[in-house]
Design a protein around this ligand. Structure first.
Ligand code: ADP
Ligand code: MN
Ligand code: MN
Ligand code: MN
Length: 371
């Protein structure tokens, strides 16, 4: 076996209003059991990713975590990186550095965990997968968790994605077909084993690895993946990224109820600060219909899927565990969602949270059809 293996370096670009993943590969000689320090820093042309001007275009990629590459197979790696400027500062698009800053400023002591439910829509050309070329499929109802060729479209892609996520060692939790036909969800997060690293930083890395793998797998089917919040206007569900969140105190059987109540109260006071970081075009999804709470209202409730924050029924009954923030859109950046949740719930100094909004201009995403 050749000692030369490939490492696919992944980073977030500076695209507005929604950042996207980029990656490029290089040959590495890191042995079969490397540590993150064995992967060299690298650079790329930031003028092609909205991260630098053409006359001074180098940006630096710093490896921060890695997993097995299930696409190239045994011995190859996928490497998550943070983007730095040549003078060794986190680039202004580096939202992972923002999450690290919030953790370092005190949130880490409360051991925040997250679980993300990533919804997405598959598109073939300009229509969601399985939709007729003109007109619409039958109204929503039979599609959510459906089975059968009339109900679900693209299962081979969703299952192929599940397989590679597990081979890569991601903390992949599960998948389901969604309410709108052609729409799916996968989850990354706590699976019941406290030995797995479900801290917000690792789980957010895994969401980005999971997204990269989804785009990559779907390439092989010539299908595109959209994380648009509202891929089809009208009476069709949008796509979200529900974020399940807990701290040492919310998980504590004695302190849980009070800690969850306190978290909800803190979140109620910071609704707008969260909304501006939860994905571009969120107003199209948070309408008050289709299992959402409207964007201008904050509401929390047990088992309420029309609330901003839902306390799952079993958590409400036991009196401890986690809560679900239903507001983030499918196009939100998990690093920023987690950083904002940690700031509010763990009482971190607001000055540390420098990403106070993400550019909100409404640009058209490539894969958005039917708008
Ligand atoms: P829903 O009922 O909203 O569809 P899912 O079953 O899709 O929920 O996802 C549940 C999510 O909750 C998973 O991502 C899981 O990792 C996460 N989760 C479970 N327990 C915890 C916890 N203690 N802290 C944070 N997240 C958790
Ligand atoms: Mn779900
Ligand atoms: Mn869902
Ligand atoms: Mn959910």
């Amino acid at each position: 076996m050749s000692k030369f293996k490939m490492a696919e370096y992944i980073w977030l670009d500076g695209a507005t209003p929604t950042r996207y993943v980029r990656s490029k590969a290089r040959v590495v000689d890191v042995g079969s059991n490397p540590s993150i320090k064995d992967f060299p820093e690298w650079s790329f042309d930031g003028s092609s990713t909205n991260q630098a001007e053409g006359h001074d275009s180098d940006c630096i990629l710093k490896p921060v975590s890695f997993i097995a590459d299930p696409i190239r197979g045994e011995g190859n790696f996928l490497v998550m990186t943070e983007v730095y400027t040549p003078d060794d500062q986190p680039h202004e698009s580096n939202s992972r550095a923002q999450l690290r800053a919030v953790l370092d400023a005190g949130a880490a002591a409360q051991e925040p965990w997250a679980g993300f439910e990533q919804e997405y829509t598959l598109f073939a050309n300009r229509t969601p997968l399985g939709w007729p070329e003109s007109g619409f499929p039958g109204p929503q109802g039979p599609y959510y968790c459906g089975v059968g060729a009339d109900e679900v479209h693209g299962r081979e892609i969703a299952e192929h994605h599940a397989k590679v996520c597990l081979e890569a060692g991601l903390i992949y939790y599960g998948l389901n077909a969604e309410v709108m036909p052609g729409q799916w969800e996968f989850q990354i997060g706590f699976r019941g084993d406290p030995k797995e690293a479900c801290d917000v930083l690792n789980i957010s890395d895994h969401v980005w690895f999971g997204r990269w793998l989804l785009y990559r797998v779907a390439e092989e089917y010539d299908v595109s993946v959209s994380t648009h919040n509202k891929p089809v206007r009208g009476d069709w569900n949008g796509a979200g990224m529900h974020t399940n969140f807990s701290t040492r105190d919310t998980r504590d059987p004695k302190k849980g109820r009070a800690a969850i109540d306190a978290a909800v109260e803190a979140l109620a006071a910071k609704h707008q600060e969260h909304i501006v970081l939860y994905g571009a075009g969120l107003e199209r999804r948070l309408t008050g219909l289709h299992e959402t709470c409207d964007i201008n209202t904050f509401r929390a409730g047990a088992a309420d899927r029309g609330a901003s924050i839902r306390i799952p029924k079993p958590v409400d009954q036991k009196g401890y565990g986690y809560f679900e923030d239903r507001r983030p859109g499918a196009n939100a950046d998990p690093y920023l969602v987690a950083a904002r949740l940690c700031t509010t719930v763990c009482g971190v100094d607001e000055a540390v949270m420098q990403f106070n909004s993400w550019p909100r201009e409404e640009t058209q995403l490539a894969a958005v059809a039917a708008e």
